[in-house]
Design a protein around this ligand. Structure first.
Ligand code: SF4
Ligand code: SF4
Ligand code: SF4
Ligand code: FES
Length: 377
């Protein structure tokens, strides 16, 4: 039997497995340490420092997401030096770029009035599209800081809106690197990277070209990973407030992988789709079809009833009539030309169960082995 490894966090002892970080032990034990750059499943970068903790005996605060737990380590996650460091980091982030949701003082009527104004004026491009759904804003509120302490710095890069799916607003980017890791380490698309240096640092694609001219496949993983309003779904921008939507979990119907997704539903319409994190088979990942290809759901061109072609024209029919006609035609073909004159093509767009039924129908009812599947092409 191996000896138990123990770490003390905020006065309580917790066991850990060698290799686990302080953050992992804390999260497993329901101790909330804030993070911005940390992305589960990717290499810790320690870029934002918001997760710093006080470790007794250490010369400086340490990033909990990148520091392995060690035997007899004594950690404080919300001590005065930790809170003060987080406040400073947040103030610097809020004063860098266009974080107009948190530029005012955080107390008194001014703050309340500002929030009311934001709600009233929602729809203006001046206001952040992720107001109320932003990790940085949440932390500014939690640690009661605004962006006024330091002189504001402007972003030299203009917003990119030239693709159909994603708006890139560099003025809201906090350069946490989550999108880069999501693209390179999680999806392994290698489409975006850090570019330039210092104050000019920017997330770039293909030597600083628009995403549409790069290797980007528009999977949208970067959008899901972005903790602020720098990457936003174009169709949902300024149309969706998270508290006005209902999240409905479902399985993507585009292929047989069975990715788990949330439909964000507002007024009985799907307005956005995100991947379900922390679960198989996709762990939050989606492809371009699963994430962005949902406008067909409410398309007026959708077929809602079977159609029968008569004299070159399609007319609406009931299911019984349509199925009877198919059965009659298949029976006639089989009788006059034999069962092997009929073939069945199935699809990865239907479920395993439906493919199984198609197989049974073809072999047992039609009595032919002429069945194939698009996955073999
Ligand atoms: S990105 Fe977040 S912090 Fe910045 S303006 Fe938008 S809501 Fe506020
Ligand atoms: S949409 Fe996908 S491929 Fe394109 S940059 Fe984002 S993560 Fe990379
Ligand atoms: S675009 Fe978003 S995820 Fe990427 S570095 Fe900027 S803030 Fe982080
Ligand atoms: S979350 Fe740990 S350094 Fe950013």
């Amino acid at each position: 039997m191996t000896a138990e490894h123990l770490i003390r966090i905020n006065g309580n002892d917790f066991s850990f497995k060698p290799g686990e970080t302080i953050l992992e032990v804390a999260r497993r034990s329901s101790i909330d340490i804030p993070t911005l750059c940390h992305l589960k499943g990717a290499t810790p970068t320690g870029a934002c420092r918001i997760c710093v903790v006080e470790v007794q005996g250490a010369r400086s605060l340490l990033p909990s997401c990148a520091t392995p737990a060690a035997d007899n380590m004594i950690v404080y996650t919300e001590s005065p030096p930790v809170v003060s460091a987080r406040q400073m980091i947040l103030q610097l982030l809020l004063s860098s770029g266009n974080h107009n949701c948190a530029v005012r003082g955080s107390d008194g009527q001014d703050w309340t009035q500002f929030q009311l104004n934001v709600q009233r004026d929602d729809g203006s491009d001046e206001l952040c599209p992720v107001w109320g759904d932003c990790r940085l804003q949440d932390l500014a509120y939690r640690y009661q800081v605004s962006g006024e302490k330091f002189a504001a710095t402007e972003t030299p890069y203009v917003m990119e809106t030239v693709n159909p799916f994603i708006v890139r607003d560099f003025s809201r980017c906090i350069q946490c690197g989550r999108c880069v890791q999501a693209c390179n380490e999680i999806q392994v698309n290698n489409a975006i990277h850090f570019g330039y240096r210092g104050a000019g640092t920017k997330i770039i694609a293909a030597g600083d070209r628009p995403l549409k001219d790069s290797d980007c496949v528009f999977c949208g993983e970067c959008v899901q990973a972005c903790p602020v309003g720098a990457l936003v779904e174009k169709d949902a921008r300024y149309k969706v407030r998270p508290w006005e939507t209902k999240k409905v979990r479902t399985t993507c119907s585009y292929c047989g992988v069975g990715c788990q997704m949330y439909l964000h539903v507002q007024d009985n319409r799907v307005v956005k789709i995100t991947g379900v994190e922390d679960g198989p088979p996709n762990d939050g990942r989606l492809c371009v079809k699963g994430r962005f290809g949902f406008d067909f759901i409410h398309s007026a061109q959708r077929l809602t009833t079977p159609l029968i072609r008569e004299n070159g024209q399609l007319r609406e029919a009931g299911w019984d009539e349509a199925l009877d006609l198919v059965a009659q035609k298949l029976g006639e073909i089989k009788k006059s030309h034999g069962a092997d004159s009929i073939g069945m093509l199935t699809s990865a767009r239907i479920t395993n169960e439906e493919n199984y039924i198609a197989n049974k129908f073809t072999r047992a009812v039609l009595k032919t082995n002429n069945i194939d599947h698009c996955a073999r092409l």
